[in-house]
Design a protein around this ligand. Structure first.
Ligand code: NOJ
Ligand code: MG
Length: 677
């Protein structure tokens, strides 16, 4: 689609990037996509829409949108061939578990979680049935953004341990039948990275082109107009003046997280090298931080004010799905993640885990390390472009649209309606089909806990909290897709009752508070605006056992938790099969034992219901019915459900006419005749 063309809305909607962009805008303002598919709107020209919506969208909306679409004319339009189960890579059936190492387990009493702490708790993960551990950043870092600002990609952060500890952890995971992936943060480096230091010392030298450095003339105090109007995700301009270099440096995140310039071939080669280096040490792949931001529109033009106001970040249309993104990802896959033909075998590989949970021999090394993209702002169609099975780019991507209800953002204080979660996943699964695999996640280190979003203060009612935790586990582990659990989900972790800014540690929360104060808000008002979305809620120490330190540390934790309810630690749940932890274990074991539950087809029941979520997973060995009550009320089961025997449930196994609040059941429908002989 050329930038001069004046397309009809329907043409834009037929373009994958156009469709996602429009869906995103509609989601943001809380409107249904039907608004675009209605015949009258569909034939409207973009220029007409732009004229009508000028008060909201400003003048440059249409050209900005067309520019983004023109960058992606290579988008596939055909549906790729269906992938058969024989071709399914390991991660399609795996359960991933994200550890935030700073808050998982502290082995030396300094209050900071570390690698030996993770090692000491590895059996917890193996017993849970995890197939792959994802470690959030552990590379050497000044920790302006808790490791998402890397100073050295080949060294371990001192407070987390040593390279030898990491080697031991890799081997220990493999020994237990688990793979391990690390976090690759390469949209930016720390400003303390040697590359940036060299760039600052000599901006005209070989490292000057590694970063987005721009000359300028700021005022005496270093303020003065920056090169463009882009803003940082962590408040203020995305540019900082570097006096030694007499240059502006771009940082989409904190000032200490300077963006790499991927147009520079040397940057791409360095990143591929880092990946090969870790693969050779036995690491099984990476989660790639904000990887869809790496390609920026050349010349870094000003962002559209209206899009910026709507999405909160001026400039975003110039980098969230940039012109060379696909090319960079393909290159990285080939040169970084793919094993060279004669590469020596890594020191260890994961042992095979059989359907009954027992372990076999070490598996041969994977030909390609798994690439899990963290991709904020990417919608369903872009998922197919980035993670399509025949695209050679990423394996899995995260779609964040599930995290908030339409019209809401993370910063809003509201009760999340699970009816939307059902709609979102069904729409996502139906549209992605066999083209791509989806990652299923509900919690991570960047978001408050889903249990609290849904329940609000009622998250402190133990029975309701446990039921909902099991219901969410069932959705996450029984839908088609690859689940990513986040530490604490398995014991029903909820948000903290923070009461003062002094309890917060996250750079995003602290910068936001400061900004709100400068806008004139009182301390109390500012805090009330930050707490609903604060990332701190999910970053407090894991609760291993009751009592001081919660089994996390013998010292004082770097970020204390305030939530201390009885019954919600690992020790209190581990021996109780009816606890949330017991339920997770049994559910994961069932998923492993019954391949239909991880790889089988899916048929939805009572599609339109916003209170009942039911579906059937099936393969040649049999059919499984999965049911969840999405509400805190008793509901009636829809009529005409298949006959099925409950195997695992949160409120007993008998399937009567009604379902208790947040009740969930996994039931066996039938065994095909061929499987019984
Ligand atoms: C996404 C990470 O998950 C988040 O924690 C971090 O602040 C940003 N990327 C910047 O690296
Ligand atoms: Mg420690």
């Amino acid at each position: 689609m050329s930038a001069e063309h004046d397309p009809r809305l329907r043409e834009i909607y037929a373009h994958p990037v156009g469709r996602d962009a429009i869906d995103r805008l509609l989601l943001q303002i809380g409107r249904s996509p039907r608004w675009v598919t209605n015949p009258l709107a569909a034939t409207m020209r973009l220029s007409t829409l732009a004229r009508l919506a000028k008060p909201v969208l400003g003048d440059r909306f249409a050209p900005s949108l067309l520019e983004v679409l023109a960058d992606h004319d290579d988008a596939p339009t055909s549906t790729p061939a269906v992938v058969t189960s024989a071709e399914q890579p390991w991660w399609t059936r795996a359960v991933f578990y994200q550890v935030y190492p700073r808050s998982f387990a502290d082995s030396d009493g300094d209050g900071v979680g570390d690698l030996r702490g993770v090692l000491s708790r590895l059996d917890h993960l193996a017993d849970l049935g995890v197939d792959c551990l994802w470690l959030s950043p552990i590379f050497d870092s000044p920790n302006e953004d808790m490791g998402y600002d890397v100073r050295d990609y080949r060294a371990v952060m001192a407070e987390m341990g040593t390279l030898a500890d990491l080697d031991e952890l890799i081997a220990a995971c493999h020994e237990r039948g688990m793979r391990i992936i690390l976090d690759l943060v390469v949209n930016h480096t720390s400003a303390e990275h040697a590359w940036f230091q060299a760039a600052v010392a000599d901006p005209e030298g070989p490292y000057g082109s590694y970063y987005h450095l721009r000359p300028g003339r700021p005022g005496e105090d270093g303020t003065g107009p920056p090169p463009n109007n882009w803003t940082s995700f962590f408040s203020g301009s995305a540019w900082r003046w570097i006096p030694q270099a007499q240059r502006w440096a771009l940082h989409l995140f904190a000032p200490g997280q300077v963006d790499l310039r991927w147009e520079e071939p040397q940057v791409r080669a360095e990143v591929a090298d880092i990946v090969q280096w870790w693969r050779a040490r036995g690491v099984d792949g990476f989660r790639l931080d904000v990887i869809n931001y790496i390609s920026k529109r050349p010349d870094l033009p000003d962002g559209n004010e209206a899009i910026g106001a709507l999405l909160g970040f001026p400039g975003i249309e110039h980098y969230f799905f940039g012109p060379r993104l696909h090319e960079y990802l393909r290159d990285l896959r080939t040169h970084g993640f793919t094993r060279a033909p004669h590469a020596p075998a890594p020191p260890s590989t994961a042992r095979e885990r059989h359907p009954d949970g027992t372990l076999g021999e070490p598996l041969p090394p994977d030909a390609v390390g798994v690439m899990v993209g963290e991709t904020p702002g990417v919608g369903v169609e872009m998922t197919r472009l980035l993670a399509g099975t025949d695209r050679g780019e990423l394996d899995l991507v995260f779609n964040f649209d599930v995290l908030d209800n339409p019209g809401k953002t993370r910063w809003d204080d509201y009760r999340y309606d699970l009816g939307y979660l059902k709609d979102h996943y069904l729409d996502y699964l139906e549209r992605v089909g066999h083209d791509a695999r989806i990652a299923l996640f509900l919690d991570n280190h960047d978001n408050p806990r889903m249990l609290s979003k849904v329940l609000g203060p009622r998250a402190h009612e133990p029975a309701l909290r446990s039921s909902l935790a099991k219901a969410l586990a069932t959705i996450q582990l029984m839908l088609p897709g690859t689940p990513f659990l986040y530490q604490g989900q398995e014991i029903a972790a909820v948000d903290q009752d923070f009461t003062s800014a002094a309890e917060l540690r996250d750079v995003e929360s602290l910068n936001r508070l400061a900004q709100l104060r400068t806008e004139g808000l009182s301390e109390e008002e500012a805090l009330a605006r930050v707490l609903p979305g604060a990332r701190d809620h999910a970053r407090v120490p894991m609760r291993w056992s009751p009592g001081p330190g919660a089994g996390f540390s013998t010292g004082s934790p770097w970020q204390p938790a305030s939530e201390a309810s009885v019954g919600f630690t690992v020790a209190e749940q581990v021996d109780d099969p009816d606890s949330v932890l017991g339920f997770y274990r049994r559910l994961i074991a069932l998923r492993r034992a019954e391949p239909a539950l991880s790889g089988g087809g899916m048929r939805v029941l009572a599609r339109r219901s916003r209170t009942y979520f039911g579906w059937v997973r099936s393969d040649a060995a049999g059919d499984w019915l999965i049911e969840v009550n999405l509400t805190d009320r008793t509901i009636r089961r829809p009529r005409g459900l298949p006959h099925a025997e409950g195997v695992l449930g949160s409120a007993g196994l008998r399937r009567g006419a009604t379902m208790a609040p947040y009740e969930c059941v996994v039931a066996c429908v039938s065994a095909h005749p061929s499987s019984s002989d």
